[in-house]
Design a protein around this ligand. Structure first.
Ligand code: AMP
Length: 212
């Protein structure tokens, strides 16, 4: 089983790259953000519990994340490989990660994008509420307004992509998530990509790395 970790600020393009890797290599994207949003849209107890936290741009508790992941990685569609997108989010999750995975990560891919670009991107980002496909109202709009090209689901602006939450998410990223770069840099298999380029250009480079 191949295991890939995608690091980067919200809006750096982790989800877009994860989907391209999934299509090309057949590894499964696991986005903890998508899993949490599914709980919210299904109105589960867990969804109710985390909604306020996500809307504020704070992190949900490590225990919730690990319990959710334990179930998800056991599913058979993960046998070939997993792309972790949005997890770990802090050092304590990273330290607990090996016990969940039982093996070393094969690739840690860090996608770097300046914050001013991120802020612009997030304000025009749109996402399908059914399949999670990501669009951009300016640079990559849906063919039909608010309708997903892939699954015909409803495409919206995420509540936490609104300006007031984005600021806090970037602060949380800087304080809690960015230190993971140093943490993983020292462990090997660490690669940084300039994410301020066309999605496909970045993917070609990532593909080359994964094919090595
Ligand atoms: P994302 O879609 O990855 O930007 O995640 C959206 C929100 O879900 C985050 O702002 C957090 O509130 C929550 N979240 C996602 N992944 C994690 C995680 N690994 N640990 C804690 N909270 C998370």
């Amino acid at each position: 089983m191949v295991t890939i970790l995608l690091l980067g600020a919200p809006g750096a393009g982790k989800g877009s790259q994860a989907r391209l890797i999934e299509e090309e290599f057949g590894y499964k994207q696991i986005s903890t953000g998508d899993l949490l949003r599914k709980e919210i849209s299904d109105n589960t107890d867990l969804g109710m519990q985390v909604k306020g936290i996500i809307d504020k741009g704070e992190l949900v508790s490590d225990d919730i994340i690990f319990e959710m992941l334990e179930h998800r990685i056991k599913e058979s569609d993960c046998n070939k490989g997993i792309i972790f997108d949005g997890f770990p989010r802090n050092i304590s999750q990273a330290e607990r990660f090996p016990s969940l995975l039982g093996k070393k990560l094969d690739f840690v891919i860090n996608i770097e994008v300046p914050f001013d670009v991120i802020i612009k991107r997030l304000s025009s980002r749109r996402q399908c509420t059914s399949c999670g496909a990501v669009y951009n109202a300016i640079s990559n709009p849906t063919n039909v307004d608010d309708v997903c090209d892939k699954c015909y689901g409803h495409v919206i602006q995420r509540d936490d992509d609104k300006e007031e939450t984005v600021k806090n998410r970037l602060e949380v990223y800087t304080k809690q998530t960015e230190p993971l770069i140093e943490y993983y840099k020292n462990k090997g298999n660490f690669y940084t990509f300039d994410g301020n380029r066309d999605i496909k250009v970045i993917f070609e480079e990532i593909k080359e790395l994964l094919n090595k």
